[in-house]
Design a protein around this ligand. Structure first.
Ligand code: GCU
Length: 413
């Protein structure tokens, strides 16, 4: 069976013994041994590319942050070009259920239509609002693997308070939050390689039919879509769009960080096991590496990123700088002991190094290079973190910590 297909199936939880053997093969030269990782120097956060020290919050916000965002856009995730012709956006309330979950919530199914002379695409955006709470409510916003049109979103009868797909909607509603979700594949395929029917087609000028080397890959397209959903939220008076916690798991954690780094309207970001191209540092080369990623998912990033395969030290950026672009807004990073593919230690170190910028902006960050104890979350710092026992998933315990973090930083606002 083709390796890419196997890995895609594994990603979605399907695994036969033969596939597991082949996946192990793929995993063969992955380094997990801390003592064998390469030594590295991270590019400095607080020195501009022309060599000037960044001394003030203004230097950071006006000079260094835009410089870093431009490097991430051009070298890692890909830049969104100007559309071929202006895109007309319209919102349709396709369905509204005021009695969702036994009357606890209102569910709105919103269609965000995007259209220009080159074509038309629609995103299906789910919004749940607690009926009892005073409006507008703060909300969690999920970059989701689940198709937002499926009936996975029905309330589960076997686990009260949960949706069939495991989202703890009841708990979020009880704690005063709304919940929204965008589906990763509405605008671009999971492992898109053609870019003919994706959102990209609305952006190609005459004669172009594939993204250029510095133009947007899959993760950038997901991030762009989340910003269009935020445009909608700005028009919805049930939701307080100034208190949105964006979050996502794994690939969607990567998309979350890139979305929040660029779009300052998101008030808080949660990276759940985002790993390689998410929170983890490139230069550690532990668990999934750039080479592994672009082999299996060639266009999650832009093509320019390929040039740094096994040349990570030449990158003028590393992932701590992405987290720093979210500052001063709170960011939370979640890892798990057995999720070594995502390099929990690399995720923590990224958050630790990004903290330098949080401190420059007058906020609290992480102060130790040592990971906290397993199961002991850091909540009362603008840079939060936890690592728990177990593998690659979001467990109810993780959700509780995310809500604690949002309570601490958003409810008090
Ligand atoms: C694969 C991929 C990871 C990604 C994960 C996921 O394992 O290599 O980078 O985070 O899928 O999205 O679940």
């Amino acid at each position: 069976m083709h390796l890419k297909l196997i890995m895609a199936l594994l990603c979605f939880g399907y695994c036969s013994p033969a596939m597991a053997r082949e996946a192990k093969e793929y995993d063969k030269d992955v380094q997990y041994d801390e003592s064998r990782l390469p030594a590295y120097d991270l590019p400095p956060l607080l020195v501009t590319s022309s060599g000037h020290p960044v001394r003030t919050p203004e230097d950071w916000m006006r000079v260094r942050r835009p410089e870093i965002l431009s490097l991430f856009a051009n070298l890692i995730y890909g830049k969104v070009p100007e559309p071929a012709t202006p895109i007309k956006v319209s919102y349709e309330l396709a369905q509204e259920d005021r009695g969702f979950m036994g009357g606890k919530a209102t569910r709105k199914d919103i269609k965000i239509h995007l259209e220009n002379a080159k074509g038309r695409l629609s995103m299906h955006f789910l919004v749940f609002v607690p009926n009892e709470a005073q409006k507008p409510v703060p909300a969690f916003f999920k970059h989701s693997f689940n198709n937002t049109q499926s009936n996975d979103f029905d309330a589960s009868t076997s686990r009260p308070g949960f949706l069939k797909n495991g989202w703890p909607l009841g708990q979020l509603l009880d704690r005063g939050y709304g919940f929204c979700a965008v589906y990763q594949q509405d605008l671009v395929g999971h492992n898109e390689v053609e870019f003919q029917n994706s959102i990209h087609k609305l952006f190609y000028p005459e004669g172009q039919s594939f993204p250029k080397a510095h133009e947007w890959g899959v993760l950038s397209a997901c991030a762009w879509g989340a910003s269009r959903a935020m445009d909608y939220l700005e028009t919805d008076s049930d939701i307080d769009h100034t208190r949105i916690a964006i979050m996502g798991h794994s690939k969607m954690g990567k998309a979350t960080l890139w979305t929040a780094a660029q779009d300052e309207r998101f008030a808080l970001a949660i990276s759940a096991q985002s790993g390689c191209a998410g929170a983890a540092l490139w230069r550690r080369k532990s668990g999934e590496t750039l080479k592994k990623m672009v082999t299996r998912f060639p266009y999650w990033l832009c093509r320019n990123a390929w040039k740094f395969v096994e040349q990570e030290d030449d990158l003028p950026i590393d992932q701590h700088m992405l987290l720093a672009c979210i500052a001063p807004r709170p960011v939370y990073v979640h890892s798990a002991t057995e999720d070594t593919w995502a390099d929990g230690r690399g995720e923590y170190l990224s958050a630790y190094h990004a903290s330098e910028v949080y401190r420059l902006l007058g906020k609290k960050g992480l102060t130790s290079m040592e990971l906290p104890e397993v199961g002991e979350p850091i909540i009362e710092s603008q840079v939060g973190y936890h690592i728990r026992e177990g593998g690659h998933s979001i467990e109810p315990w993780d959700w509780n910590r995310f809500i604690d973090f949002a309570d601490f930083h958003l409810q008090a606002k």
